[in-house]
Design a protein around this ligand. Sequence first.
Ligand code: MGP
Ligand code: SAH
Length: 457
Amino acid sequence: MSHLPQFFHFSKILSYDEKGANKENIDKIVREFEENFLVWQTDFWHCHWAEQGDNLTLDKWYRKYKDFMLMTTKNQNEYKQDINLEERSLKEEEENSSINAESWNNLWHKHQEEIYANHFLAFTSIFYQYYLDLKYGLETSIEPKIIVEDFELHSDLETVEELSKELEQLQLLGLPIAFGPPKQASKRKAKTKATPEIIESISDTGSESGEMVNNDLDSSLHEIHEKTISKSKKKNRSLRHVPEFMVKEKGLLKYWRRRFSLFSRFDEGIRLDRESWFSVTPEKVAFHLAQRLRCDVLIDGFCGCGGNAIQFAFTCHKVIAVDIDADKLAMAKHNASIYGVGHKIEFILGDFLHMAAHNRLKGDVVFLSPPWGGPKYKQRKSYDIEEYLLPVSASELIEKSSLISENIAIFLPRNAHMQQIIKLAGPGNQCEIEHNYLDSRLVALTALYGERLVKKA
Ligand code: MGP
Ligand code: SAH
């Protein structure tokens, strides 16, 4: 059935020289890209396939050929159930399966080729998108300060029913749903004790896996009310349980739709507050960053509900996760326990900047994903990271962080001003700017500084 979105990343090492963002420099970078387009595309493709090819091929195989799974499971069960029958069934199997095995084998090779070719095609279109995004980012100059009205999360889809219809159509057309639809159906029933006032029926992909299963959910944060909106419940429409504040604020519903992209284990009781729904780093992006920033002790200065910290805990010896908001920190702790990595993370309630300035944090790599000022960040053509990042400018963030380590990664809006990002490297230094995509959507940029993190050219 459904697929989670595919993750792609591309990066470029850029140098900061005092001449900065003059047109000549930018033209040179763009020209170099154009001249090397095919070579770079091939290099990135090889890295991408080496990272994800096996998983992709297997994942699609198991989705497409469920019979294969059934056959192997049945064989395993027979093997386990009756050791005496083992020899006989193996012999029978050998006889029968000489044809089966051969046809499965052929099918497997065909499948591999098909996935490789299809995926390569998709990859090339995303790579071209990356070229356009990079060029646009480099060429876009900073705008004079503009006030963007306090942003009310808006949605083109005004009602839950409209959203439901749109999702059904996308599904019928076999098109990917932005950020990917939810995962496999889990047949668990919601066990929440919340008052049944609102039952929102959202037929996204027939999965019931978004239902909350934690009895002890903090009701003020994740309360679920239920109301029946459709009495004639269609067979293929499953009930969805959406937190109340998301139903009220329609623009938030898209985050609910992406919940399994945010946390693949969402239905095991992941907790998020309003701000975290739109700030958390999607799991595939966080997974990749954790591979990239692997080290002994990593400091996550703005850990929020733990999207990044959890993944860092899988690759680092220890994670120090700081957040100024006690509720978010508690949720991060809870979420980390779902992934079984709570013991690897030290959670600290406090102001990262204050702690860094007072030498209270020691680590090898610092990761920063500060608030961007809410979803309104995207309303600007170019996002001034010296002006709009919270709680302080990007320069001050880097300055304070470099008291801990020169190896710093900062997660920034996709429209963050590229020349400002490069300038943070300091005169004569390099930084690496990574573009992170989920399907064809540019999610964010990650800027990397310090010898340990910037890949050698
Ligand atoms: P988004 O606002 O969800 O963009 O941000 P979207 O939905 O792709 O854009 P649209 O065109 O569909 O409206 C994309 C990603 O950026 C989120 O999933 C978060 O990982 C990250 N992100 C967004 N915000 C507002 C923040 C933030 O304030 N801080 C941090 N650290 N990350 C954020
Ligand atoms: N990377 C996180 C999301 C971070 S959102 C994830 O994937 O889950 C940004 C976080 O910065 C918010 O949780 C906010 O509470 C926190 N924050 C804001 N100012 C802070 C400060 N001065 N020190 C530490 N954390 C801060």
